[in-house]
Design a protein around this ligand. Structure first.
Ligand SMILES: Nc1nc2c(ncn2[C@@H]2O[C@H](COP(=O)(O)OP(=O)(O)OP(=O)(O)O)[C@@H](O)[C@H]2O)c(=O)[nH]1
Ligand SMILES: [Mg+2]
Length: 164
């Protein structure tokens, strides 16, 4: 990919809102999902794209279920940055914590997006352990509130070169 193209991979635990986030950014996004009893879950990937300034940003959403680790590894190849989507209506879970630890140990820009902030019982303050150490933002993938702004902030902070 040339320097005007950025591959960002979206990680997060099962049901965190990864597919919803990509759809909130790109209404034409495509997902490979399967039906569950009351919802749907990603089994392969989500794909969406958006232009931010001069950058073409390609978003690859991963499946959240543990058993799809091999898919996450395939989608991670060649990524320039990563975003971890976190459901802040729940407790911090082991998968989210280990995803953040793995990304922090790589020399790669990554962000933590605190999702489902539209919910009355959302507790984004409980996630300081993972959100205070890197770029983070609060949003709602469902309403779309602050979703594009969060992505724009991340891209502008890490991928935009300011020429003097
Ligand atoms: N209230 C609220 N619900 C949300 C939000 N984002 C996602 N959801 C809901 O959470 C559920 C899971 O959303 P998905 O986008 O499918 O989550 P995912 O992380 O892609 O899930 P997997 O692919 O199965 O890991 C759906 O019922 C969404 O409608 C949000 O910001 N607020
Ligand atoms: Mg999904």
């Amino acid at each position: 990919m040339g320097s005007d193209k950025i591959k960002i991979v979206i990680f997060g635990a099962y049901n965190a809102g990864k597919s919803s986030f990509i759809r909130s950014i790109d209404p034409q996004a495509r997902s490979v999902e399967t039906r569950t009893s009351d919802d749907s879950t990603t089994v392969a990937l989500d794909f969406g794209r958006v232009r931010i300034g001069e950058k073409k940003v390609y978003l690859f959403g991963t499946p959240g279920q543990e058993r799809f680790e091999f898919v996450r590894q395939i989608l991670s190849r060649g990524m320039h940055g990563a975003i971890v989507i976190v459901d802040v209506t729940r407790e911090l879970d082991d998968m989210t914590r280990s995803l953040c630890e793995a990304l922090a140990s790589r020399n790669l820009p990554y962000a933590v997006f605190l999702n489902k902030c539209d919910q009355a019982h959302a507790s984004p303050d409980n996630f300081m352990e993972i959100s205070s150490v890197t770029y983070s933002s609060r949003m709602s993938a469902m309403t779309g509130e602050n979703s594009l702004e969060s992505l724009r902030g991340f891209v502008e902070e890490y991928f935009t070169t300011i020429s003097c």
